[in-house]
Design a protein around this ligand. Structure first.
Ligand code: PLP
Length: 381
C-alpha cells in the first residue's frame, strides 16, 4: 500500500528517547533536557505585534506563490549587503526552510541521482533524499580539523551520478563554521564536476567567533548555488515556519511551480513576521550574548570531565563532544544518562555514522540547568 520511497524513510532515531524522557517527566523526575533544537527564547514582541496588526488590516489571504514582493526585496537586499551575494527579488522564494530544502531536492534530483551529505549532519538531509528517490551519500567532515572539508574524501565520493553537494554552515550538530579554504575546495569541485551546492545557512546569525561566508559569494558560484535560510533560529520563530531559498532565475521558475502546486504560498502571517524580523538585529544579539555565555559554561564544564572531549563550537547552540564510557555506543550512552542522571541528550549516531561515540548537547536551556546538568555529569567520574 505504501510507496517504496515513503517506506524507506526512517523514523527519527531520537523518538524513542523523547518518549522515554516524557514518561520520566510525567513520573515527576526532574529531567534536564539538552535536546532542544530551537532557541528557548520567545519570538520578538515587535515581530508578533507587527504580524498581528497586518492580520487585523486584512492580510489573511493568499499571497503570490513566491512571497510578498516587499519581503523578497528585503531578503535580496540583506544577501547583497551582508552576504555579498548579488541577487534580486526574482531570485527568491519565501517558503519554510525545511520545505526550501525539499523543493531544492525535488528540483535537482532524479531517481538514483546522488547527493553528498555531511557526516555528521542534520537528520533530515538523508531522509529527504529517500523521499525524492535519490541516493544520499555521506561525506565525512574532518573532525581533527574542526569539522572542515577534506578534499580527498570529497573527490572519492563524486561520480557521474553526483548532482549536488549539501553543506550546512554553521553546522547542526557540530556548531562549526566552514572556513574559506573549505568553501574554495567545494567551489572548485562544483565547477569542475558541474555540480550544484545546496547551502543551508539557517544558523548564520548565531555566531560567537569567526565569520560566516556564503558560498554563493565566491566567484562562479552564484549560478550553481541554492541557498536556504530562515528565521526559526535567528528570531526564535520556529512555529511560524518562515524561511526562504535563493537560486538562479531558471531554477526559480521550476521551483515556483512546485511551491504553487504544493504549499501555494507561505503563511501570510509568517511573511509579515519575517519582514519585521529582518529589521530586528537587537533581539538576535541578545540571544547570541546569552548563548555565548552558556557555550563557555558547558564547554569548560565538559572539558573537566574526562569522559568527554569537545571541540569548542563557534556558532549555533550545540556542542558535539566525543565520549568514552564503559564501551557504550551513543544510543546506549544517551539512554544511560537519561535513566541514571535524568539528563536528556541526542545520540550522535542520529547525525550519521561519524556521529557515533558523540552526543549532541543543546545549550538552549538556562544557565542554572547547565550548571546542574554538569554537576550530575561529574558523577560519571
Ligand atoms: N536546517 C537545519 C540545519 C536545522 O537544524 C533545521 C531545524 O532544526 C532546519 C534546517 C529546518 O528549519 P525550519 O524548522 O525553520 O524549517
Amino acid at each position: 500500500m505504501v510507496s517504496k520511497a515513503v517506506k524507506s524513510v526512517s523514523p527519527s532515531a531520537t523518538i524513542s528517547l523523547l518518549v522515554k524522557e516524557n514518561e520520566l517527566k510525567a513520573q515527576g523526575r526532574n529531567v534536564i533536557s539538552f535536546s532542544l533544537g530551537e532557541p528557548d527564547f520567545p519570538a520578538p514582541e515587535k515581530v508578533i505585534e507587527y504580524a498581528c496588526k497586518e492580520m487585523f488590516d486584512g492580510k489573511t489571504h493568499y499571497t503570490p506563490s513566491s512571497g510578498i514582493p516587499e519581503l523578497r526585496e528585503k531578503i535580496a537586499e540583506k544577501y547583497k549587503k551582508e552576504n555579498n551575494v548579488n541577487v534580486n527579488a526574482r531570485n527568491i522564494i519565501v517558503t519554510p526552510t525545511k520545505f526550501a530544502l525539499y523543493i531544492s531536492y525535488l528540483t535537482l534530483l532524479d531517481q538514483s541521482d546522488e547527493i553528498l551529505i555531511p557526516d555528521p549532519g542534520w537528520v533530515s538531509y538523508v531522509e529527504m533524499a529517500h523521499l525524492v528517490r535519490a541516493k544520499p551519500v555521506y561525506y565525512k567532515l574532518n573532525e581533527g580539523n574542526g569539522f572542515q572539508i577534506n578534499e580527498e574524501e570529497m573527490k572519492n565520493k563524486i561520480n557521474k551520478k553526483t548532482k549536488a553537494i549539501l553543506i550546512n554552515t554553521p553546522s547542526n550538530p557540530t556548531g562549526s563554521i566552514l572556513d574559506i579554504d573549505s568553501l574554495k575546495i567545494l567551489r572548485d569541485l562544483a565547477v569542475d564536476n558541474d555540480l550544484y551546492i545546496i547551502s543551508d545557512e539557517i544558523y548564520e546569525k548565531l555566531i560567537f567567533e569567526g565569520k560566516h561566508i556564503s558560498i554563493a559569494s565566491l566567484d562562479g558560484m552564484l549560478e550553481r548555488t541554492i541557498t536556504v535560510n530562515g528565521f526559526s533560529k535567528s528570531h526564535a520563530m520556529t512555529g511560524l515556519r518562515a524561511g526562504y531559498l535563493i537560486a538562479n532565475q531558471e531554477l526559480i521558475k521550476y521551483m515556483d511551480n512546485v511551491q504553487q502546486h504544493t504549499l501555494t504560498c507561505s503563511s501570510t502571517f509568517s511573511q509579515y513576521a519575517a519582514l519585521k524580523a529582518l529589521d530586528d538585529n537587537e533581539d538576535t544579539l541578545k540571544m547570541v550574548t546569552e548563548f555565548k555565555m552558556r557555550r563557555d559554561l558547558i564547554y569548560s564544564g565538559l572539558s573537566k570531565i574526562n569522559v568527554f572531549s569537545a571541540i569548542k563550537p563557534n556558532a549555533t547552540f550545540y556542542i558535539f563532544p566525543k565520549f568514552n564510557y564503559n564501551g557504550k555506543n551513543s544510543m546506549e550512552m544517551a539512554n544511560f544518562l537519561l535513566e541514571n542522571l535524568n539528563i536528556s541528550v541526542v545520540p550522535g549516531i542520529a547525525f550519521g555514522p561519524s556521529g557515533e561515540n558523540h552526543l549532541r548537547f543543546s545549550f538552549s536551556t538556562s544557565r542554572e540547568n547547565i550548571i546542574e546538568g554538569l554537576e550530575r555529569l561529574q558523577k560519571l567520574i
